[in-house]
Design a protein around this ligand. Structure first.
Ligand SMILES: [Zn+2]
Length: 572
């Protein structure tokens, strides 16, 4: 027995089989029941949403002599001959290949003859927007005086291209993209009927890719089911659906970040040759870049990743490469590209030019410069505040310094300047997580005694307050060490040593900063800024809930404003 494609096998046969188009189905059912259906319809909507299937059910329902209520029986001679496309009275025409005035003239001739076997002659014209102007004019004449027995169903993905004169003579139904729940329910039913066990996440991936088109979802499911044994896993879906898997996307993002134009063009070409839907590719890429942006803003929240959740390390590297502003720039570019290719004849060109443009040094460098500027601004505010509080200087007349109004600075202030006494019990429970730290501590022991004896006059509060200045000094003199130290939080002074806390996930930071040469650099920075020798010590902070104050999610939201809502940042 030959294999029947799922979308054929599961093609809706009665109105109840149609998913996600309840309003349309309800209207048509009631028209059929009352015998008051129209003689010309426009079914519009994106591909694979059920336009043609609905047209065919309607054609059978109005012709079936055995009809009960509103559904065709699908068993009588008429129904069966419509189902196997042998009934001459139901004419299906593809306007994409029959778009000339001659084709429509032929149709007009045909309309003159009453139906041979059924009650109504039904003309289903697919992609009707492809008709030429003269063909539309010829069609209009028929629609102006249609014979009683003729019903026209014009299906289109681009209703705005249909002349108003035609539109005004038709009942219009707009088919929506099918919702995720509806699609999920249908696909689960199909999998179960095929005896296929599946991971829900696998179906999720297919549904995301199909973007509300039932036919696409079933074709994709078909490809997956024929290529897997008896369990459909999420990773299989990535592999089977080919190029647009996570790996391909990650490679492409790396290429963009490294500005490897040749490779980017190669990848896009591969994509286009593979027949991938470039619009849904754009959507996937937007999800992937959202992950980069979220990671740039909150590096330690892999649970917030939506597309690349399985590769948090790779996303982290990309976040470093693009920075927050770079990622936002790319997101803006992608949303523009997605709009452009919606109606484009050759979407690849828009994708290529859009991405190349976003990759120009000017746009990435500008984003990078803005980011650095913002960082410097925050540090400058911190310094001004220090001067205001430490030296008794007032920057503005009011009690609030300008720093208080800077949200980014405000969010980090409690951790940097005033280690909260409430945190003490939690922090005292923290213990060293890695051997390297313990070794570093031992090595430090001797040195500490020297330092503490020479720095009895050291004011612990003052050292803590100088933290931003220490970072600034390091940023100028040793960018590498700065890059690691900046993620730490100064906790307290302990026997002449400044204790800096790092979360356990920062194991690389801890390892690097424990290395002797880097420790020397840090202690030199301490001495230069504080004016006395100060030791350096790392303490590992337990990961969850150790620091009170605004959650990372809230901080991102306040940083990004409405954009965060737009991109659905969720802390699952
Ligand atoms: Zn029938």
């Amino acid at each position: 027995m030959s294999y029947t494609a799922l979308y054929r096998k599961w093609r809706p046969k009665v109105f109840e089989d149609l998913i996600g188009q309840k309003a349309i189905v309800d209207t048509l059912r009631s028209q059929i029941e009352r015998g008051k259906f129209g003689h010309a319809y426009i079914f519009s909507g994106t591909r694979g949403t059920g336009k043609t299937s609905t047209a065919k059910i309607l054609a059978r329902a109005i012709n079936c002599p055995e009809r009960k209520d509103y559904n065709p029986c699908n068993k009588c001679e008429i129904c069966l001959s419509i189902l196997d496309e042998t009934l001459m009275d139901v004419i299906e025409m593809d306007a994409a290949s029959n778009n000339g005035v001659d084709d429509i003239r032929e149709l007009r001739e045909n309309v003159k003859y009453p139906p041979s076997r059924s009650k109504y002659k039904v003309y289903i014209i697919d992609e009707v927007h492809m008709l030429s102007t003269s063909a539309f004019n010829a069609l209009l004449k028929t629609l102006e005086e249609p014979p009683e027995y003729a019903v026209f169903i014009l299906a289109t993905t681009e209703p705005h291209k249909i002349p108003a004169t035609i539109q005004s003579r038709c009942q219009q139904f707009e088919f929506k993209r099918v919702g995720k729940e509806d699609l999920m329910e249908r696909m689960q039913l199909i999998c179960e009927s095929q005896g296929m066990v599946y991971e829900t996440q696998a179906l999720d991936k297919i549904i995301n890719r199909a973007d509300g088109a039932v036919r696409d979802a079933l074709s994709l499911l078909d490809r997956c089911l024929t290529s897997t044994a008896d369990l459909l896993r999420a990773e299989d879906v990535d592999r089977i659906l080919g190029l647009i898997g996570v790996d391909f996307m990650m490679d492409l993002i790396d290429q963009i970040g490294r500005r490897e134009r040749n490779l980017v063009l190669d990848s896009l070409n591969q994509l286009s040759v593979s027949g991938a839907n470039l619009q849904s590719f754009c959507r996937d890429m937007t999800l992937a870049f959202r992950d980069v942006m979220v990671t740039a803003a909150a590096p330690d929240h892999p649970e917030m990743l939506k597309f690349s959740g399985l590769m948090p390390d790779r996303v982290k590297a990309q976040a470093k490469m693009f920075g927050l502003n770079g990622a936002v720039k790319l997101l803006e570019a992608l949303s523009m590209i997605e709009n452009q290719i919606k109606y484009a004849q050759n979407p690849l060109i828009f994708l290529e030019t859009g991405l190349l443009k976003a990759m120009t040094p000017a746009s990435i460098a500008a984003a990078d410069a803005i980011e650095r500027l913002e960082k410097l601004e925050a540090e400058l505010f911190a310094l001004k505040r220090l001067m205001a509080s430490g030296e008794g200087l007032s920057i503005s007349g009011s009690n609030n310094t300008i720093a208080d109004e800077h949200p980014a600075y405000q969010a980090s202030k409690p951790e940097i300047l005033n280690p909260n006494s409430r945190l003490e019990p939690i922090l005292s429970e923290s213990k060293s997580a890695s051997d390297s730290v313990i070794q570093a501590e031992k090595a430090e022991q001797k040195k500490t005694d020297e330092i503490s004896s020479t720095s009895s006059a050291l004011d612990p509060e003052k050292v803590l307050r100088l933290w931003p200045e220490i970072l600034l000094y390091l940023q100028k003199n040793n960018g590498r060490v700065y890059a690691f130290l900046v993620d730490g939080t100064p906790l307290k002074m302990d026997k002449g040593r400044l204790v800096v806390g790092f979360k356990a996930v920062h194991d690389l930071h801890i390892k690097k900063l424990s290395e002797e040469p880097n420790r020397i650099v840090i202690e030199e920075a301490f001495r230069s800024v504080v004016g006395h020798p100060v030791g350096f010590m790392i303490e590992v902070i337990p990961d969850k809930g150790s620091i009170s104050g605004p959650s990372t999610e809230d901080r991102i939201k306040s940083l990004l404003g409405d954009m965060a809502d737009l991109l659905e940042i969720q802390d699952k």
